[in-house]
Every structure is written in C-alpha cells, then in structure tokens.
Design a protein around this ligand. Structure first.
Ligand code: MLT
Length: 411
C-alpha cells in the first residue's frame, strides 16, 4: 500500500498566501460591491520592462527559425546569462563570483526549498522569527523538524526572534547551528543588514562550520550605498554562504519566472565520514537530474535586464515601488501607526493597534477599509501582533488605500 510523507501532516493550516486569498474570496463573495485593494502578497503590478519584452519577442522569433531554434538548454542556465549576472551583480561589486557558480532557475522560492536536497537530515537549522514561511515549511516537509507547538513553533528548529527592540536584527544563536537562513532586505520586516552585521554571521559560520542561506531577492531595493547587496561583499562569505536572487521583484518577473542561486566552488560541507564535499558538485548534480532549465525565451528576457536600457527601466520600476512604500509609511504615520521598513525594501511592517492579534487586525482592516495585508503571525510566532503591507501595487491603489485607512480606520 502506498504511504505518504508524514511530515506534510505536521504543517500548520495552508500556506500563508493561499490562505489569505481564500479569506479574501469569502469576503468578496458576501460583499460583491467591495472594492478590495490587495497589499498582501508581494506580487508586482507594473508591466515588464520594455527591454525584456523586446528581447523575449526576438527570442520567440528565434524559436520559429530552424537555424536559431533551441531545444533543451543547459540545466544551469545559458552561459550568456550567467556571464552577465556574474559581471554585473557580483564582479562589479568586487565579489569574486564566476559565471560557473551561478545556477539559473525558475524561482528563489523553489531554490530555497530545493537546496535542502543536498543537505543531511541532522543539521541544526536556525531561522529568524518572523521569517519567510517557505524556509520553515520546506524544512518541515523534508523531515528536519518535530511537531509544532500551539504557537506554531516546530520542535528542532532554532528560532531567532526579531522585533522592534532589536531593530529586527537577530542576535547570533546561543547554541551551535549548522544552517542559518538570512534574508536582507528582509521579508517581512523590511530591515536591512550592514557590512559589519553580516560579517558577524560570516565569522560565526566559519567558526562553526555552518552554511548561511542568504536570500537577497530584494537587494535591488537598497537605496543606502553603505549597505551590502550580496553576502559575497563580506570577506570569507565564499566559504560559508549560498545566495539566492530573483528577477521577480526588480524586473517584475513574478509571472515570467527567472531567478538564480550562487553556489561558490570553494564551499564545502561534511559527509558522514567527516571528509569535505564541494556543495557546487552536489547542486550541479541535483539540478542536472531534477531540473531542465528556464526557457530560452525567459532567459533572453532576463539577460535584457543587464542592458543599459534594461538597467534604466528596472531602476524606474524599483523607484516606483519605493515611492509607494514612502507614501504608505508617511500616511501610516499620519494615521497614528508606527511603521518599520519601507525605505530599502518594498515591505512595511507595523504593530497592530489596540493589541489586536494579527488575524483580527487583518479581518478588521478588510471589513472596514476593504484593504488586504498580511498578518504578521503568518510569518512566525514572534510576528503575532504585527502586520505587513506590501508596496507592490499601482499608485492609484496605494493612494486610495491610504486615504481609506486615514478616513475609515481609527487607531
Ligand atoms: C511575499 O509576499 O512574501 C512574497 O511575494 C512571497 C514570494 O516571493 O514568494
């Protein structure tokens, strides 16, 4: 008789964003006239940059001509895209990353989950709390945890609380951990990491033989020149970190799908007999077997992000969402809230008023203003009492949402 992966039964409720969508559908069904504005999931609303569209149209034409047609591409991505990424995103910032260390994929979400394939079952895993829920759920699915307690914390994971008191920057763990997930600019809090802060993690990881999973999906939103965009800007990070990047939030590829993961060739971890194994080789093997690459058309679109025209258009898109974030922060302050983030990040994090629980605030905001946000508790137990607002929407919707909050919601 077929059996299931019992670990799936440990997962709490549905995945956060589908659960929000379900609640919003229920509300919309019973309030058909409500003009709902969604500032929940961080999904882009603005059209793809013209440079990317032009490149993809040309790529479609290539596919229609026998001489330029492409079948299976390299599982790691086409060299011309990997070269552009290595040059522009890393070497231009003095990070010694080679094109062969870049693995093009269809999403940072998938890669942060899939990467667990090449790691052992007995690693001690640390996550911040709150945290992007994919990191936790994929560890649960893989069997790296026990059951969850009433607060939704899984046995076996090390939770590093982040809150207003520590400026949403986690302290180093009091115990030795093998794998640490860091996300900067942070989802959900919008917090950023300085060079010095990341250096403390790199030093910790090197001293303890740990690996950092560094999610930099939001690096394009960094406006402060002193902040690092990549963990490889920190000395020694090539020996202890894997970095995840995405074209979703900078170039609006959430529906187009393209991302990449950097696995330096110098990075090793232990096999069970204690000897070192290069993680690059394992990830390359994993991708070659389980993945057939991103479509030629989409990779050509991603390549165009690095053209002069593409760079200017991406900058404009990012600035547009950052201006939204600024409007949201200002208006929330005017309405009596205390917002965090939103300066080097597209997310605004706030304390719920009147000690409302995150979901109670979600319901109240939806009912009184027809605005959808994301309950902080969906990102972990320490997110309870907080709420996330996304800056990914049209200007018109952002302004309308803020007007409703000011006029219809009493803090
Ligand atoms: C979010 O809203 O946290 C993100 O859109 C989720 C994601 O990128 O998968």
């Amino acid at each position: 008789m077929a059996t299931i992966n019992d670990n799936y039964l440990k997962l709490k409720a549905g995945y956060l964003f589908p659960e929000i969508a379900r609640r919003v559908r229920t509300f919309a069904d019973s309030n058909p006239d409500a003009k709902i504005i969604k500032l929940g999931i961080g999904d882009v609303t603005e059209p793809l940059p013209a440079a990317c569209r032009t490149a993809m149209i040309k790529a479609v034409e290539d596919m229609g001509d026998r001489s330029t047609f492409k079948g299976y591409g390299p599982e790691q991505g086409y060299d011309w895209l990997r070269e552009k990424i290595a040059t522009n995103d890393f070497q231009a910032r003095n990070c010694d990353i080679d094109a062969s260390e870049i693995f093009v994929s269809d999403g940072a979400k998938c890669d942060t989950g899939n990467i667990l394939d090449i790691f052992g079952k007995n690693n001690k895993i640390a996550v911040t709390d709150p945290v992007y829920p994919v990191y936790v759920d994929t560890n649960v699915m893989t069997g790296h945890t026990g059951e969850a307690n009433d607060q939704g914390e899984y046995e076996g994971l090390v939770y590093l609380p982040i809150n207003a008191e520590n400026q949403f920057i986690a302290d180093l763990p009091g115990e030795k951990v093998d794998i640490i997930y860091l996300c900067f600019p942070n989802n959900p809090t919008g917090a950023t990491a300085t060079q010095d802060y990341l250096k403390t993690w790199v030093d910790y990881a090197k001293a303890n033989g740990s690996i950092i999973f560094f999610d930099a999906a939001y690096e394009a939103f960094i406006t402060d020149d002193s902040l690092p965009h990549s963990i490889y800007e920190i000395d020694g990070a090539k020996d202890c970190a894997i970095e995840f990047r995405s074209f979703s939030k900078n170039a609006g590829f959430t529906g187009t799908r393209c991302a990449f993961t950097v696995v330096p060739k110098t990075l090793t971890a232990k096999r069970s007999d204690g000897s070192d194994v290069e993680l690059w080789k394992l990830w390359n093997r994993r991708q070659s077997t389980k993945f057939n690459g991103v479509s030629y058309i989409v990779q050509r679109g991603a390549e165009a992000v690095y053209s002069d025209e593409g760079k200017a258009q991406v900058k404009e898109l990012v600035n547009f969402y950052l201006e939204n974030a600024q409007i949201i922060c200002n208006e929330l302050k005017n309405a009596g809230f205390e917002p965090y983030g939103g300066v080097n990040a597209p997310y605004i994090w706030l304390k719920t008023p009147h000690n409302l629980s995150s979901w109670d605030f979600f319901d109240k905001l939806l009912q009184t203003t027809n605005i959808v946000g994301t309950p902080g508790s969906g990102f972990g137990a320490a997110g309870e009492g907080y709420f996330r607002i996304s800056a990914f929407n049209s200007r018109k919707n952002v302004e309308e949402a803020m007007k409703r909050i000011k006029t219809q919601f009493k803090v």
